[in-house]
Ligand binder design. Structure first.
Ligand SMILES: Cc1cc2nc3c(=O)[nH]c(=O)nc-3n(C[C@H](O)[C@H](O)[C@H](O)COP(=O)(O)OP(=O)(O)OC[C@H]3O[C@@H](n4cnc5c(N)ncnc54)[C@H](O)[C@@H]3O)c2cc1C
Length: 401
Protein backbone atom coordinates (compact mmCIF):
# COMPACT_ATOMS: atom_id res chain seq x y z
CA UNK A 1 0.00 0.00 0.00
CA UNK A 2 1.32 3.40 -0.97
CA UNK A 3 -0.48 6.65 -0.08
CA UNK A 4 2.02 8.99 -1.73
CA UNK A 5 1.38 11.02 -4.89
CA UNK A 6 3.43 10.31 -8.01
CA UNK A 7 5.50 13.00 -9.69
CA UNK A 8 2.95 13.11 -12.54
CA UNK A 9 0.07 13.58 -10.09
CA UNK A 10 1.88 16.38 -8.25
CA UNK A 11 2.67 18.12 -11.50
CA UNK A 12 -0.95 17.88 -12.66
CA UNK A 13 -2.19 19.27 -9.34
CA UNK A 14 0.28 22.16 -9.61
CA UNK A 15 -0.77 22.89 -13.19
CA UNK A 16 -4.48 22.93 -12.36
CA UNK A 17 -3.94 24.97 -9.19
CA UNK A 18 -1.92 27.61 -11.00
CA UNK A 19 -4.47 27.78 -13.79
CA UNK A 20 -7.38 27.99 -11.34
CA UNK A 21 -5.73 30.60 -9.11
CA UNK A 22 -5.04 32.79 -12.12
CA UNK A 23 -8.17 32.31 -14.21
CA UNK A 24 -10.95 31.14 -11.91
CA UNK A 25 -10.50 32.31 -8.31
CA UNK A 26 -10.55 36.05 -9.10
CA UNK A 27 -13.88 35.84 -10.97
CA UNK A 28 -15.90 33.41 -8.85
CA UNK A 29 -18.06 36.18 -7.36
CA UNK A 30 -18.73 37.57 -10.87
CA UNK A 31 -19.68 34.11 -12.10
CA UNK A 32 -22.09 33.75 -9.19
CA UNK A 33 -23.63 37.22 -9.72
CA UNK A 34 -23.79 37.06 -13.54
CA UNK A 35 -25.04 33.47 -13.43
CA UNK A 36 -22.77 32.30 -16.19
CA UNK A 37 -19.27 31.00 -16.76
CA UNK A 38 -17.52 33.16 -19.40
CA UNK A 39 -17.15 31.24 -22.63
CA UNK A 40 -13.50 32.29 -23.00
CA UNK A 41 -12.79 30.67 -19.63
CA UNK A 42 -14.45 27.45 -20.81
CA UNK A 43 -12.27 27.53 -23.95
CA UNK A 44 -9.17 28.14 -21.81
CA UNK A 45 -10.10 25.14 -19.67
CA UNK A 46 -10.28 23.11 -22.86
CA UNK A 47 -6.81 24.24 -23.89
CA UNK A 48 -5.17 22.87 -20.75
CA UNK A 49 -7.18 19.64 -20.82
CA UNK A 50 -9.79 20.45 -18.20
CA UNK A 51 -12.86 19.61 -20.26
CA UNK A 52 -13.88 15.95 -20.27
CA UNK A 53 -10.25 14.95 -19.62
CA UNK A 54 -11.29 11.30 -19.29
CA UNK A 55 -12.10 11.21 -23.02
CA UNK A 56 -9.53 9.53 -25.25
CA UNK A 57 -6.81 11.55 -26.96
CA UNK A 58 -8.26 10.66 -30.36
CA UNK A 59 -11.16 13.01 -29.61
CA UNK A 60 -9.19 15.78 -27.96
CA UNK A 61 -9.30 14.44 -24.38
CA UNK A 62 -6.32 13.46 -22.25
CA UNK A 63 -7.33 9.85 -21.43
CA UNK A 64 -6.94 10.80 -17.77
CA UNK A 65 -7.55 8.09 -15.21
CA UNK A 66 -9.96 8.73 -12.35
CA UNK A 67 -7.31 9.60 -9.79
CA UNK A 68 -6.00 12.34 -12.07
CA UNK A 69 -9.56 13.45 -12.87
CA UNK A 70 -10.24 13.73 -9.13
CA UNK A 71 -7.11 15.79 -8.55
CA UNK A 72 -8.40 18.33 -11.07
CA UNK A 73 -11.89 18.21 -9.51
CA UNK A 74 -10.41 18.88 -6.07
CA UNK A 75 -8.37 21.82 -7.35
CA UNK A 76 -11.37 23.31 -9.16
CA UNK A 77 -13.39 22.92 -5.95
CA UNK A 78 -10.68 24.81 -4.05
CA UNK A 79 -10.74 27.67 -6.55
CA UNK A 80 -14.50 27.90 -7.05
CA UNK A 81 -16.25 27.03 -3.81
CA UNK A 82 -19.58 28.05 -5.38
CA UNK A 83 -19.03 24.78 -7.28
CA UNK A 84 -20.35 26.07 -10.64
CA UNK A 85 -17.14 25.36 -12.57
CA UNK A 86 -16.55 22.07 -10.73
CA UNK A 87 -20.08 21.01 -11.77
CA UNK A 88 -19.40 21.83 -15.42
CA UNK A 89 -16.13 19.92 -15.14
CA UNK A 90 -17.43 16.81 -13.43
CA UNK A 91 -20.61 16.42 -15.50
CA UNK A 92 -18.54 16.53 -18.68
CA UNK A 93 -15.81 14.26 -17.30
CA UNK A 94 -18.31 11.57 -16.24
CA UNK A 95 -20.71 11.71 -19.18
CA UNK A 96 -18.04 12.47 -21.79
CA UNK A 97 -16.45 9.21 -20.64
CA UNK A 98 -19.73 7.31 -21.14
CA UNK A 99 -20.19 8.91 -24.56
CA UNK A 100 -16.65 7.92 -25.53
CA UNK A 101 -17.10 4.37 -24.23
CA UNK A 102 -20.52 3.59 -25.71
CA UNK A 103 -21.35 6.23 -28.36
CA UNK A 104 -21.38 5.53 -32.10
CA UNK A 105 -18.30 6.59 -34.09
CA UNK A 106 -20.33 9.23 -35.97
CA UNK A 107 -21.69 10.72 -32.74
CA UNK A 108 -18.27 10.79 -31.09
CA UNK A 109 -16.61 12.40 -34.10
CA UNK A 110 -19.33 15.02 -34.22
CA UNK A 111 -19.37 15.99 -30.54
CA UNK A 112 -16.36 14.87 -28.53
CA UNK A 113 -13.73 17.17 -30.12
CA UNK A 114 -16.08 20.11 -29.52
CA UNK A 115 -16.80 19.04 -25.94
CA UNK A 116 -13.10 18.78 -25.09
CA UNK A 117 -12.38 22.19 -26.65
CA UNK A 118 -15.29 23.95 -24.94
CA UNK A 119 -17.40 24.40 -28.07
CA UNK A 120 -20.15 21.99 -27.01
CA UNK A 121 -21.64 20.66 -23.79
CA UNK A 122 -22.42 17.12 -22.68
CA UNK A 123 -24.97 16.62 -19.90
CA UNK A 124 -27.14 13.94 -18.36
CA UNK A 125 -30.94 13.78 -18.41
CA UNK A 126 -32.45 11.06 -16.25
CA UNK A 127 -34.70 12.77 -13.68
CA UNK A 128 -38.42 13.19 -14.46
CA UNK A 129 -41.28 15.12 -12.84
CA UNK A 130 -42.59 12.09 -10.93
CA UNK A 131 -39.31 11.65 -9.07
CA UNK A 132 -35.59 11.18 -9.44
CA UNK A 133 -34.89 8.64 -6.71
CA UNK A 134 -37.30 5.99 -7.98
CA UNK A 135 -36.30 6.42 -11.60
CA UNK A 136 -37.26 2.84 -12.37
CA UNK A 137 -40.84 3.48 -11.29
CA UNK A 138 -41.18 7.05 -12.48
CA UNK A 139 -39.50 7.08 -15.91
CA UNK A 140 -42.20 7.95 -18.43
CA UNK A 141 -40.13 9.25 -21.37
CA UNK A 142 -40.23 6.75 -24.17
CA UNK A 143 -38.55 6.07 -27.46
CA UNK A 144 -40.33 4.20 -30.23
CA UNK A 145 -38.45 2.67 -33.13
CA UNK A 146 -39.83 3.49 -36.59
CA UNK A 147 -37.75 1.66 -39.20
CA UNK A 148 -34.29 3.21 -38.90
CA UNK A 149 -35.41 6.12 -36.71
CA UNK A 150 -36.37 6.71 -33.10
CA UNK A 151 -39.18 8.97 -31.90
CA UNK A 152 -38.74 10.33 -28.35
CA UNK A 153 -41.45 11.80 -26.14
CA UNK A 154 -41.43 12.82 -22.49
CA UNK A 155 -40.14 15.34 -19.99
CA UNK A 156 -36.86 15.70 -18.11
CA UNK A 157 -36.54 17.98 -15.11
CA UNK A 158 -33.81 19.38 -12.80
CA UNK A 159 -31.23 18.95 -15.53
CA UNK A 160 -27.83 20.69 -15.29
CA UNK A 161 -26.52 22.63 -18.27
CA UNK A 162 -29.72 23.50 -20.17
CA UNK A 163 -28.59 27.05 -21.05
CA UNK A 164 -25.04 25.89 -21.76
CA UNK A 165 -26.28 23.21 -24.17
CA UNK A 166 -28.64 25.60 -25.91
CA UNK A 167 -25.93 28.22 -26.34
CA UNK A 168 -22.87 26.08 -27.03
CA UNK A 169 -24.62 23.18 -28.71
CA UNK A 170 -24.00 19.64 -27.59
CA UNK A 171 -26.05 16.78 -26.25
CA UNK A 172 -27.74 15.48 -23.13
CA UNK A 173 -27.48 11.73 -22.62
CA UNK A 174 -31.17 11.02 -22.10
CA UNK A 175 -32.70 7.93 -20.53
CA UNK A 176 -35.94 6.63 -22.08
CA UNK A 177 -38.15 3.59 -21.80
CA UNK A 178 -38.05 1.37 -24.88
CA UNK A 179 -39.70 -1.78 -23.55
CA UNK A 180 -42.49 -1.39 -20.98
CA UNK A 181 -42.45 -5.08 -20.10
CA UNK A 182 -38.80 -5.21 -19.02
CA UNK A 183 -38.65 -2.64 -16.20
CA UNK A 184 -35.19 -1.09 -15.95
CA UNK A 185 -33.95 -3.70 -18.44
CA UNK A 186 -36.07 -1.91 -21.03
CA UNK A 187 -34.35 1.51 -20.75
CA UNK A 188 -32.32 3.00 -23.62
CA UNK A 189 -29.93 5.96 -23.63
CA UNK A 190 -29.92 8.54 -26.46
CA UNK A 191 -27.84 11.61 -27.23
CA UNK A 192 -30.37 14.44 -27.52
CA UNK A 193 -29.26 17.82 -28.95
CA UNK A 194 -31.12 20.75 -27.38
CA UNK A 195 -29.84 23.64 -29.50
CA UNK A 196 -32.21 24.78 -32.26
CA UNK A 197 -34.30 21.67 -31.81
CA UNK A 198 -37.90 22.52 -32.80
CA UNK A 199 -39.22 19.41 -31.03
CA UNK A 200 -37.81 20.45 -27.67
CA UNK A 201 -39.10 23.06 -25.22
CA UNK A 202 -36.74 23.99 -22.44
CA UNK A 203 -37.38 25.65 -19.08
CA UNK A 204 -35.17 26.98 -16.28
CA UNK A 205 -35.17 27.02 -12.48
CA UNK A 206 -33.78 29.75 -10.25
CA UNK A 207 -31.38 27.75 -8.08
CA UNK A 208 -30.13 28.47 -4.57
CA UNK A 209 -26.48 28.15 -5.51
CA UNK A 210 -23.80 27.16 -8.05
CA UNK A 211 -25.30 30.01 -10.07
CA UNK A 212 -22.75 29.85 -12.90
CA UNK A 213 -24.32 26.72 -14.34
CA UNK A 214 -27.99 26.47 -15.20
CA UNK A 215 -30.55 23.91 -14.05
CA UNK A 216 -33.77 23.37 -15.95
CA UNK A 217 -35.79 20.87 -17.87
CA UNK A 218 -36.89 19.92 -21.35
CA UNK A 219 -40.03 18.59 -22.95
CA UNK A 220 -39.57 16.25 -25.93
CA UNK A 221 -42.39 16.11 -28.49
CA UNK A 222 -41.68 13.62 -31.26
CA UNK A 223 -37.92 14.19 -31.20
CA UNK A 224 -36.69 12.33 -34.26
CA UNK A 225 -33.27 10.64 -33.99
CA UNK A 226 -31.29 8.12 -36.01
CA UNK A 227 -29.45 5.06 -34.73
CA UNK A 228 -26.33 7.23 -34.60
CA UNK A 229 -27.74 8.90 -31.49
CA UNK A 230 -28.15 5.61 -29.67
CA UNK A 231 -25.71 5.19 -26.77
CA UNK A 232 -24.55 1.59 -26.63
CA UNK A 233 -27.06 -1.21 -27.03
CA UNK A 234 -30.83 -0.88 -26.95
CA UNK A 235 -32.32 -1.68 -23.50
CA UNK A 236 -28.98 -1.37 -21.70
CA UNK A 237 -29.31 2.35 -20.90
CA UNK A 238 -29.95 1.89 -17.20
CA UNK A 239 -26.56 0.24 -16.74
CA UNK A 240 -24.69 2.97 -18.66
CA UNK A 241 -26.50 5.56 -16.54
CA UNK A 242 -25.46 3.83 -13.31
CA UNK A 243 -21.86 3.57 -14.54
CA UNK A 244 -21.80 7.30 -15.27
CA UNK A 245 -23.41 8.16 -11.93
CA UNK A 246 -20.72 6.24 -10.05
CA UNK A 247 -18.02 8.23 -11.84
CA UNK A 248 -19.83 11.50 -11.23
CA UNK A 249 -20.28 10.71 -7.53
CA UNK A 250 -16.57 10.13 -7.02
CA UNK A 251 -15.78 13.39 -8.81
CA UNK A 252 -18.37 15.15 -6.65
CA UNK A 253 -16.49 13.81 -3.62
CA UNK A 254 -13.31 15.42 -4.92
CA UNK A 255 -14.94 18.79 -5.62
CA UNK A 256 -16.47 18.78 -2.12
CA UNK A 257 -13.08 17.94 -0.60
CA UNK A 258 -11.51 20.85 -2.50
CA UNK A 259 -14.17 23.35 -1.50
CA UNK A 260 -14.01 22.21 2.14
CA UNK A 261 -10.21 22.54 2.16
CA UNK A 262 -10.49 26.08 0.83
CA UNK A 263 -13.15 26.95 3.41
CA UNK A 264 -11.18 25.49 6.29
CA UNK A 265 -8.04 27.36 5.21
CA UNK A 266 -10.01 30.61 5.17
CA UNK A 267 -11.39 29.77 8.59
CA UNK A 268 -7.98 28.91 10.07
CA UNK A 269 -6.55 32.15 8.76
CA UNK A 270 -9.40 34.03 10.40
CA UNK A 271 -9.23 32.37 13.85
CA UNK A 272 -5.47 32.97 13.95
CA UNK A 273 -5.96 36.69 13.34
CA UNK A 274 -9.28 37.70 14.91
CA UNK A 275 -9.29 38.54 18.62
CA UNK A 276 -12.16 38.34 21.09
CA UNK A 277 -11.98 38.90 24.87
CA UNK A 278 -8.32 39.82 24.38
CA UNK A 279 -7.25 36.52 22.81
CA UNK A 280 -7.19 35.02 19.34
CA UNK A 281 -10.30 33.01 18.49
CA UNK A 282 -8.02 30.07 17.73
CA UNK A 283 -6.92 29.89 21.35
CA UNK A 284 -10.41 28.93 22.60
CA UNK A 285 -11.43 25.32 23.03
CA UNK A 286 -14.87 26.18 21.62
CA UNK A 287 -13.15 26.91 18.31
CA UNK A 288 -10.32 24.35 18.41
CA UNK A 289 -12.46 21.28 19.08
CA UNK A 290 -14.80 21.75 16.12
CA UNK A 291 -11.75 22.60 13.99
CA UNK A 292 -10.17 19.28 14.95
CA UNK A 293 -13.42 17.35 14.34
CA UNK A 294 -13.94 18.93 10.93
CA UNK A 295 -10.33 18.43 9.89
CA UNK A 296 -10.54 14.74 10.84
CA UNK A 297 -13.76 14.39 8.82
CA UNK A 298 -12.16 16.13 5.86
CA UNK A 299 -9.11 13.87 5.95
CA UNK A 300 -11.39 10.81 6.14
CA UNK A 301 -13.48 12.04 3.23
CA UNK A 302 -10.41 12.69 1.13
CA UNK A 303 -9.17 9.16 1.75
CA UNK A 304 -12.58 7.74 0.82
CA UNK A 305 -12.66 9.80 -2.36
CA UNK A 306 -9.23 8.79 -3.61
CA UNK A 307 -9.82 5.21 -2.52
CA UNK A 308 -12.93 5.21 -4.74
CA UNK A 309 -10.91 6.71 -7.62
CA UNK A 310 -8.25 4.06 -7.11
CA UNK A 311 -10.91 1.30 -7.20
CA UNK A 312 -12.23 2.78 -10.46
CA UNK A 313 -8.75 2.87 -11.97
CA UNK A 314 -8.16 -0.72 -10.94
CA UNK A 315 -11.47 -1.76 -12.51
CA UNK A 316 -11.02 0.07 -15.79
CA UNK A 317 -7.32 -0.57 -16.26
CA UNK A 318 -6.69 -3.95 -14.68
CA UNK A 319 -10.11 -5.60 -14.47
CA UNK A 320 -9.79 -5.86 -10.70
CA UNK A 321 -13.04 -4.89 -8.89
CA UNK A 322 -16.54 -4.85 -10.37
CA UNK A 323 -19.14 -2.18 -11.17
CA UNK A 324 -20.74 -3.06 -7.83
CA UNK A 325 -17.49 -2.39 -5.96
CA UNK A 326 -17.28 0.97 -7.71
CA UNK A 327 -20.95 1.76 -6.99
CA UNK A 328 -20.37 1.03 -3.28
CA UNK A 329 -17.21 3.14 -3.05
CA UNK A 330 -18.86 5.97 -5.00
CA UNK A 331 -21.99 5.92 -2.81
CA UNK A 332 -19.89 6.07 0.38
CA UNK A 333 -17.96 9.03 -1.05
CA UNK A 334 -21.13 10.85 -2.15
CA UNK A 335 -22.74 10.20 1.24
CA UNK A 336 -19.85 11.64 3.23
CA UNK A 337 -18.18 14.37 1.13
CA UNK A 338 -21.09 16.80 0.56
CA UNK A 339 -22.20 16.41 4.19
CA UNK A 340 -18.78 17.17 5.67
CA UNK A 341 -18.10 19.93 3.17
CA UNK A 342 -21.39 21.60 4.08
CA UNK A 343 -20.73 21.22 7.82
CA UNK A 344 -17.24 22.67 7.47
CA UNK A 345 -18.50 25.71 5.55
CA UNK A 346 -21.29 26.22 8.04
CA UNK A 347 -18.80 26.11 10.94
CA UNK A 348 -16.39 28.48 9.21
CA UNK A 349 -19.29 30.90 8.62
CA UNK A 350 -19.80 30.88 12.41
CA UNK A 351 -16.14 31.71 13.01
CA UNK A 352 -16.40 34.69 10.69
CA UNK A 353 -19.34 36.11 12.62
CA UNK A 354 -21.46 38.69 10.79
CA UNK A 355 -19.05 39.03 7.88
CA UNK A 356 -19.60 35.32 7.14
CA UNK A 357 -23.22 36.15 6.36
CA UNK A 358 -22.26 38.75 3.75
CA UNK A 359 -21.06 38.58 0.18
CA UNK A 360 -17.73 40.11 1.26
CA UNK A 361 -16.52 36.55 1.83
CA UNK A 362 -17.08 33.58 -0.47
CA UNK A 363 -18.25 31.23 2.28
CA UNK A 364 -21.96 31.89 1.60
CA UNK A 365 -21.44 30.85 -2.05
CA UNK A 366 -19.92 27.62 -0.82
CA UNK A 367 -22.81 26.87 1.52
CA UNK A 368 -25.34 27.50 -1.27
CA UNK A 369 -23.35 25.50 -3.79
CA UNK A 370 -22.54 22.38 -1.81
CA UNK A 371 -26.15 22.06 -0.66
CA UNK A 372 -27.03 20.93 -4.19
CA UNK A 373 -25.03 17.80 -3.51
CA UNK A 374 -26.20 17.17 0.01
CA UNK A 375 -29.80 17.59 -1.21
CA UNK A 376 -29.45 15.28 -4.13
CA UNK A 377 -27.83 16.21 -7.44
CA UNK A 378 -26.54 12.86 -8.80
CA UNK A 379 -28.55 10.99 -6.15
CA UNK A 380 -29.82 11.87 -2.66
CA UNK A 381 -28.20 10.88 0.62
CA UNK A 382 -30.89 8.27 1.30
CA UNK A 383 -30.32 6.75 -2.14
CA UNK A 384 -26.59 6.50 -1.33
CA UNK A 385 -27.56 4.63 1.84
CA UNK A 386 -29.83 2.30 -0.14
CA UNK A 387 -26.92 1.48 -2.50
CA UNK A 388 -24.55 0.86 0.41
CA UNK A 389 -27.10 -1.40 2.14
CA UNK A 390 -27.76 -3.23 -1.15
CA UNK A 391 -24.09 -4.06 -1.45
CA UNK A 392 -23.91 -5.17 2.19
CA UNK A 393 -27.05 -7.30 2.53
CA UNK A 394 -28.03 -8.05 -1.06
CA UNK A 395 -30.55 -7.09 -3.72
CA UNK A 396 -33.33 -9.10 -2.06
CA UNK A 397 -33.62 -6.33 0.52
CA UNK A 398 -34.02 -3.48 -1.98
CA UNK A 399 -37.14 -1.36 -1.42
CA UNK A 400 -37.90 -1.84 -5.13
CA UNK A 401 -37.68 -4.79 -7.47
C1 LIG B 1 -28.89 21.34 -8.62
C2 LIG B 1 -29.36 20.03 -9.18
C3 LIG B 1 -28.91 19.59 -10.41
C4 LIG B 1 -29.36 18.39 -10.94
N1 LIG B 1 -28.89 17.98 -12.17
C5 LIG B 1 -29.38 16.84 -12.73
C6 LIG B 1 -28.98 16.43 -14.04
O1 LIG B 1 -28.13 17.07 -14.67
N2 LIG B 1 -29.55 15.34 -14.58
C7 LIG B 1 -30.48 14.59 -13.93
O2 LIG B 1 -30.96 13.60 -14.48
N3 LIG B 1 -30.90 14.94 -12.68
C8 LIG B 1 -30.37 16.05 -12.07
N4 LIG B 1 -30.78 16.43 -10.81
C9 LIG B 1 -31.87 15.71 -10.18
C10 LIG B 1 -31.43 14.77 -9.08
O3 LIG B 1 -30.82 13.63 -9.60
C11 LIG B 1 -32.70 14.46 -8.29
O4 LIG B 1 -33.05 15.64 -7.60
C12 LIG B 1 -32.54 13.34 -7.31
O5 LIG B 1 -32.37 12.12 -7.98
C13 LIG B 1 -33.75 13.23 -6.38
O6 LIG B 1 -34.93 13.20 -7.08
P1 LIG B 1 -36.13 14.19 -6.66
O7 LIG B 1 -35.60 15.57 -6.61
O8 LIG B 1 -37.26 13.91 -7.58
O9 LIG B 1 -36.50 13.78 -5.18
P2 LIG B 1 -37.39 12.51 -4.74
O10 LIG B 1 -36.95 11.30 -5.49
O11 LIG B 1 -38.81 12.89 -4.79
O12 LIG B 1 -36.92 12.34 -3.23
C14 LIG B 1 -37.35 13.25 -2.22
C15 LIG B 1 -36.79 12.81 -0.88
O13 LIG B 1 -37.26 11.50 -0.55
C16 LIG B 1 -36.17 10.65 -0.24
N5 LIG B 1 -36.48 9.27 -0.66
C17 LIG B 1 -36.94 8.85 -1.85
N6 LIG B 1 -37.08 7.50 -1.86
C18 LIG B 1 -36.69 7.07 -0.64
C19 LIG B 1 -36.60 5.78 -0.01
N7 LIG B 1 -36.92 4.65 -0.65
N8 LIG B 1 -36.16 5.72 1.26
C20 LIG B 1 -35.83 6.84 1.94
N9 LIG B 1 -35.88 8.08 1.42
C21 LIG B 1 -36.32 8.19 0.14
C22 LIG B 1 -34.99 11.22 -1.00
O14 LIG B 1 -33.75 10.83 -0.42
C23 LIG B 1 -35.25 12.71 -0.88
O15 LIG B 1 -34.75 13.19 0.34
C24 LIG B 1 -30.29 17.61 -10.23
C25 LIG B 1 -30.73 18.04 -8.97
C26 LIG B 1 -30.28 19.22 -8.44
C27 LIG B 1 -30.74 19.64 -7.08
Amino acid sequence: MDFSWTEEQNLWRKTVREFANKNIKPIVRDIDSNKKIPIDLINKMGKIGLLAPTVSKKYGGSSLNWTMACIAAEELGRADISLAIPVLYLVEAAWGFILDKYGTAILKEKYLPKITSGDAFVGIAVTEPEGGSDIIGSLKSNAIKKEERWILNGEKIFISGITESKKMGGIHLTLTRTDESLGHKGFTFFAVPLKNNPNINTSLFEDMGRMGISTGGFLMKNVNLTNNNLIGIENKGFYYAMEGFSAARVLIGATCVGSAEAALEMGINHIKNRKSFGRYLGSYEGIQFPLAEHYANLKGTKLLTYNAAWIMDKMYNEGIFSNNDVALAAAITKLKAPKHSFEIMNEVADWFGAIGYTKEYPIEMGIRGVRSYSIGAEGTMNIMKIIIARELIGKDFLPYK
